[in-house]
Ligand binder design. Structure first.
Ligand SMILES: NC(=O)C[C@H](N)C(=O)O
Length: 329
């Protein structure tokens, strides 16, 4: 019989109706009590790590989650982490960088409706997560509404629907039909890897979404505030150089040694900064290309990379290196 560890962090799945709306209050045992019969399938031990609405998620909690998996890695065959949906995609990406060469599954799941409510999707999602955590597969995954998504590729696309999550620029790993896991493509377990834990982070990063009219002066206040910047530009990726000149400001920041990653506000198909003049004008030797990574992966990746080096060229090299299938070229 497989042995799993359930780590709980809060979210809607653990929420009860309070005076001020939904508040995460249930602990790991309360959640397990809603799932009778589970111990016939596998043995599940549980541990409550935190109990927060994931809107309150902090990078320090990612470290706590990664450490918990690392600490108990040898004792269990797989891990299920229950989590709020709002920042679940950031967490699954962060864990994908912190825990590499996994030979066991780390499955992140949650729900749109609390587990104690009649129309809850929590029971199905946990059942699917447990099912997938029993697979012979390594890596970090999001399991939601019957789909398995690579940890670095998930985004929360819908605020209310059960099918809240999508896999961006990458196929679903699998679909789960009750007891049956149907893989989209054959996956091979790379055996005899030694799992690596690396939780060093530099959280001094900024994420800026461009819009027509954004003030160049805004970028001045970033100079002393951050070690790295992610710019969500438009379409195929370009920076405005006419009218309010943002390109000039980015060049100033680059001259100060601040690494800048360019991504796009378009969810699908990634940037292609070589296509237009607005992209080519950006110095491609120093700017960091995000290709088809999503923002939820870029932000924790930049924190993780900056936790290792602040040398702009090395940051560029590491950011542009695919990790956990976050980039496909
Ligand atoms: N569905 C949810 O879990 C949303 C909740 N606000 C959270 O992220 O914790």
């Amino acid at each position: 019989m497989k042995k799993l560890m359930l780590l709980t962090t809060g979210g809607t799945i653990a929420s009860l109706e309070g005076e001020n709306g939904l508040v995460p209050e249930m602990n790991a045992d309360d959640i397990l009590r809603h799932l009778p019969g589970f111990n016939l399938l596998c043995q599940i031990d549980s541990k409550a790590l935190i109990n927060i609405d994931s809107t309150n998620m902090q990078p320090e909690y990612w470290v706590e989650m990664a450490n918990a998996v690392y600490e108990h890695y040898e004792e269990y065959d797989g891990f299920v982490i229950t989590h709020g949906t709002d920042t679940m995609a950031y967490t699954s990406a962060a864990l994908s960088y912190m825990l590499q060469d996994l030979e066991k599954p780390v499955v992140v799941t949650g729900s749109q409706i609390p587990i104690s409510f009649k129309k809850t999707d929590a029971k199905r999602n946990i059942a699917d997560a447990v099912r997938f955590a029993c697979e012979e597969i390594g890596g970090v995954y999001v399991v939601f509404d019957g789909r398995v998504i690579q940890g670095t590729r998930a985004i929360k696309l819908r605020t209310k629907s059960y099918d809240s999550f999508e896999s961006i620029n990458y196929p679903y790993i699998a679909s789960i039909y009750k007891e049956h896991v149907e893989y989209s493509k054959p996956l091979y377990l790379v055996e005899n890897k030694k799992m690596k834990l690396d939780t060093s982070l530099c959280t001094d990063v900024s994420l800026v979404k461009l819009f027509p009219g954004i003030k160049p002066e805004f970028f001045d206040c970033l100079k002393d505030q951050c070690q790295g910047i992610v710019i969500e530009s438009y379409g195929s990726g370009g920076i405005p150089f006419q009218g309010r000149n943002i390109l000039e400001k980015l060049n100033e920041l680059i001259a100060c040694g601040i690494p800048i990653v360019i991504t796009t506000q378009c969810l699908e198909e990634g940037e292609d900064m070589e296509l237009y003049e607005v992209g080519r004008k950006v110095n491609q030797d120093v700017i960091i290309r995000s290709r088809n990574m999503n923002t939820e992966a870029i932000v924790p990746k930049l924190m993780w990379v900056l936790g290792k080096t602040q040398d702009p060229q090395k940051v560029k090299e590491l950011m542009e290196t695919p990790i956990a299938d976050d980039i496909t070229l």
